[in-house]
Each structure stands twice: as C-alpha cells, then as structure tokens.
Design a binder for this molecule. Structure first.
Ligand code: 3HC
Length: 313
C-alpha cells in the first residue's frame, strides 16, 4: 500500500509542478480513463467534422475556394490522426476507440450534427466552429498529459488558418449582394447557438470539469472558454455588419464581458444523445467509410508484417 501511495504522490507532485505526465509514467486509472474519453471524442469530432464541409467540396463557387476547403478538410483528418495516436498511448487500440463510436458509447462534438445547407455555412463553420475550437484548444496546449498537449500545439497552428479562411469567406458574402448578405446572416443565425454548445454544459452541470481541472486535463472551465469565445466574436460580426441572433447580448461594463442569452439545453441534450438533425447520417457515413477502408488497413498491416515480421495492428 505504501508503494501505491508513493506513486500517487509522485504523480501529484508532477501535476503540481506543471510537469507533463508521459505514457510510461504511473497515473491513476481515473486519469487514464478520463483522458481516453476526452481525447478519443476529440479525435472523433475532427473526423466526423469533415462530413458537413465535404458536402460542399464539389459545389465550391471557385477553384480557389475548393482548394482551400480541400486543404482544411485534409487538415481535420490529420488532427484526428494525431489525436487517435495520442489516445493509443494510453493503452487502447484504434479498433477499440472506433468501435466505441460505432456502438454509441463514445460521443463527438454536437456541432457536427447540424446540416450545412448553403455555401455560407462553410464560412460560418470556419469562422465560428473553428473559432470556438481554437479557444478551447489553445487552453488544452497546457493540458497535463504530454502527448495531448503536444498534439494541441500542432493542431492550433492549423486551426488559425481554418478560422481565418472561414471568416474571410463569410465576410465576402456579407459585403456582397443583398441575397449573399442574407445567406451569410442565415448561416450565422443557424450556427451561433450550436457553436456556444461546443463548450459543454455550464460548469455547475459538468460531470467531469471539477476532476479534470484538478488533474489539469482542463485548464479553463466550460463557461470561461465560452465567455472568451463570445467576447472575441461579437466584434468580428460587427465588422462585417452581421447581427448575432441573441436579443440578450449586451456589453456589461462592470464584468468587462458580454452578457448573453441562455442556451437551449434541451436541444443540447437531444443532440448529444443521438437525436440531432444529422446524428444518424453522420454515424452511418462513418461506418460505411470505415468498412470501405478495411482493405487499406489490411494491406498496410500485411505490408508491415512482411517487412518486420510483426503484426501491423
Ligand atoms: N458535444 C458532445 N458532447 C459533449 C459536448 C459537446 N459539445 N459538451 C459536453 N459533452 C459531453 C461530454 O463528453 C460528457 O459526456 P461523456 O461523459 O459521455 O463524455 C458530458 O457531455 C458532460 O460534459 P462535461 O462538460 O462534463 O464533459 P467534459 O469535461 O469532457 O467537457 C468538452 C466537454 C469541453 C467538449 C471537453 O471534452 C473538451 O474540451 N474536449 C476537447 C475539445 C473537443 O473535443 N472539441 C470538439 C470539437 S473539435 C473541432 O471542433 C474540430 C475543429 O477542427 C473544427
């Protein structure tokens, strides 16, 4: 028993000293499980997030917009890869991680269960969804688990390009014809509140935040990050003369933050429990793509085995 206490103490000293926990370090089982949960869901989000954007690849208005969107979607696949690989360092296989998604035991970001109805949605996704992801992921660069923190550093560099290309695209529409401006405003109306939901429930209702903050998995709370996102995005909407769909949005001089309306938490719960507009479609598409890609995985595994004599699993 004394030895286990010593290990726990070493772990806690490292967390207190802001030292990264590495795969070979001893860690509490709860810490490991929480990381697998959050990191695998983060990875699933990156990969499933490719679907709403992929929906517009063949319909991008210019070759330049198409190539920028293609580059972004490829980046997201790479983000999924970094995060799956970082999750595997915790002793779980890729197959187990993906199976949890297919069985409905693992989630992915609620935001990707909304349809991308017009080209303006692609701008709104880059501007708002990647904008929200950056706010969250910049904080996660300081997460206590080494592989996760290092993946975040690489991902954040690419996210800023994602946010800027989205904002530029919707700004062009907002300054275009009356129809284009209406399309941009419609996209903002549909994507604003789901973007706020990306930060999770209020801190008081968050099942994992308290422990995740103690373990420094999370460095800022859900509500803190959401507030930062709102504060930085309001002026961006004003610059392109689009109106944020929240009648309660108002600068609070005393708080030095924007006050904003209440999120529809019933909608949030519906979406994260599989009853959003596109949940079934997104999961069916992922299962189909995974099945279609089995031959590639088998071929790579056979090649690795042939080269090294080891299983490529
Ligand atoms: N979508 C889906 N599920 C959500 C959610 C959301 N927006 N917010 C919370 N949840 C789930 C949690 O996963 C948890 O369920 P679980 O126990 O089954 O995992 C439950 O709701 C309670 O929420 P908590 O606040 O207690 O959960 P967390 O402490 O994990 O906080 C989080 C939620 C803030 C999303 C946190 O998990 C996190 O920071 N994750 C890493 C960032 C991430 O996953 N971002 C997703 C978007 S990635 C992206 O946008 C790609 C970009 O390139 C476009």
């Amino acid at each position: 028993m004394a030895e286990a206490n010593d290990l726990e103490q070493v772990f806690e000293n490292k967390i207190d000293a802001e030292e990264k926990i590495e795969p070979k370090d001893w860690m509490p089982e709860g810490y490991r499980k929480n990381l697998i949960r959050q990191m695998s869901q983060h990875a699933h989000s990156e990969v499933i997030g490719m679907q709403p954007e992929g929906n517009w690849l063949t319909r991008a208005p210019t070759l330049e917009r198409k190539s920028v969107l293609l580059a972004k979607i490829q980046d997201e696949a790479g983000h999924g890869l970094y995060l799956y690989s970082a999750t595997e360092t915790l002793g779980i296989t890729r197959e187990e991680i993906v199976q949890a998604l297919h069985d409905g035991r693992a989630k992915y970001a609620s935001i990707f269960n909304y349809p991308s109805l017009t080209w303006a949605d692609i701008g709104a996704i880059g501007w708002l969804v990647d904008g929200a992801a950056i706010v969250n992921q910049v904080a996660l660069q300081r997460t206590s688990y080494g592989p996760y923190a290092r993946a975040m550093v690489r991902i954040c560099k690419e996210e800023s390009f994602h946010q800027r290309q989205g904002y530029e695209s919707i700004a062009v529409l907002a300054r275009g014809s009356a129809q284009q401006k209406a399309m941009a405003q419609d996209a903002l109306n549909r994507w604003w509140w789901p973007s706020l939901m990306m930060f999770g429930p209020h801190d008081a209702d968050s099942a994992h935040s308290a422990q995740s903050m103690l373990w420094k998995i999370k460095r800022k709370s859900n509500d803190e990050l959401r507030q930062s996102f709102v504060d930085q995005t309001v002026s961006q909407a004003e610059i392109i003369d689009l109106e944020i769909p929240d009648p309660d949005l108002k600068w609070n001089e005393q708080r030095q933050h924007f006050d904003f309306g209440e999120i529809d938490w019933d909608e949030f719960k519906q979406v994260i429990n599989g009853n959003g507009l596109c949940n079934r479609e997104r999961l069916a598409q992922h299962k189909k793509a995974h099945a279609n890609g089995a031959w590639v995985r088998d071929a790579v595994a056979a090649y690795v085995k042939g080269k090294t004599g080891e299983s490529g699993e």
